[in-house]
Design a binder for this molecule. Structure first.
Ligand SMILES: Nc1ncnc2c1ncn2[C@@H]1O[C@H](COP(=O)(O)OP(=O)(O)OP(=O)(O)O)[C@@H](O)[C@H]1O
Length: 235
């Protein structure tokens, strides 16, 4: 039995006057897990909880056996937010060296991280001169610096063309094959088939959980979009 990398139990989060997560429980094992659900269903809020960036009202979130956000997890969890978090006026390598210092990781990991996102040919280029897909990969390289055991990616493929999306998914699988758990959020249901396991989310709740083929079979739907609609209508 595979050990869970993330365990969330009865998690309640209130943002503003809204209970965004009304008591959610879920596990994330090794491999590539897709957190799929419509815009506004609470995906980002949940991911923020996993990295310790969200105030929670009640419940528990454990990551790699530690409370989410605790000091031992600092380099063991990589997080890529929706907004680009790298400096435009620095080169790829300068960005990575800066974040390596901030994280306190070995500067030798800079070139490794650049190589793993396939940007070695652009290492001395200013980030402002890169394409959208290349910039996303710089953010990803920053998240890989500490060789995390869990990589949390918030809608990393939004706005990218199909070729770049495919390349990024290949990269996520490569990272998972190397041993890290990868949790990727998306509101695009057709990305489901690229995941080992799915968490379908709606209005702050998990409505399905399992490998894509199992979720499809359980609902009798031809694809995950159909499965999602079936689950919503039969709720
Ligand atoms: N700072 C905030 N204050 C109050 N409510 C918020 C805040 N941030 C988000 N929300 C609300 O929380 C709910 C969940 O938002 P969240 O960003 O987690 O959703 P999401 O599934 O990630 O959406 P998207 O796919 O559009 O990024 C939304 O209804 C949103 O309006």
């Amino acid at each position: 039995m595979m050990k869970n990398v993330v365990e969330v139990r009865d998690l309640v989060v209130v943002r503003g006057s809204r209970e965004v997560l009304p008591g959610i429980s879920l596990d994330v094992p090794a491999g590539v897990t897709g957190l799929l659900g419509p815009s506004g269903c609470g995906k980002t809020t949940l991911l923020r909880c996993l990295v310790g960036a969200q105030r929670v009202r009640s419940g528990t979130v454990r990551v790699l056996g530690e409370p989410a956000g605790s000091a031992p997890l600092r380099t063991r969890v990589g997080y890529v937010t929706q907004a680009a978090s790298v400096y435009d006026d620095l080169t790829v390598a300068e960005n990575l060296r800066f974040f390596a210092r901030v994280l306190g990781v070995d500067p030798a990991s800079v070139d490794e991280a650049i190589g793993s996102v396939d940007l070695a040919g652009h290492r001395d280029q200013l980030v402002s001169r890169l394409s959208g897909g290349q910039r996303s990969r710089v953010s990803l390289a920053v998240a890989l610096l500490g060789k995390p055991d869990l990589l949390v990616l918030d809608e990393p493929t939004v706005g990218l063309d199909p070729v770049l999306r495919r390349d990024l998914w290949q990269l996520f699988h490569g990272i998972a094959d190397a041993g890290a758990a990868v949790l990727v959020s998306s509101h695009v249901m057709d990305e489901a088939e690229r995941c080992h396991r799915l968490l379908l989310m709606r209005e702050g709740r998990i409505i399905a959980d399992g490998p894509p083929e199992e979720v499809r079979e359980r609902t009798g739907a031809a694809d995950i979009e159909g499965a999602f609609l079936h689950l919503v209508e039969s709720a």
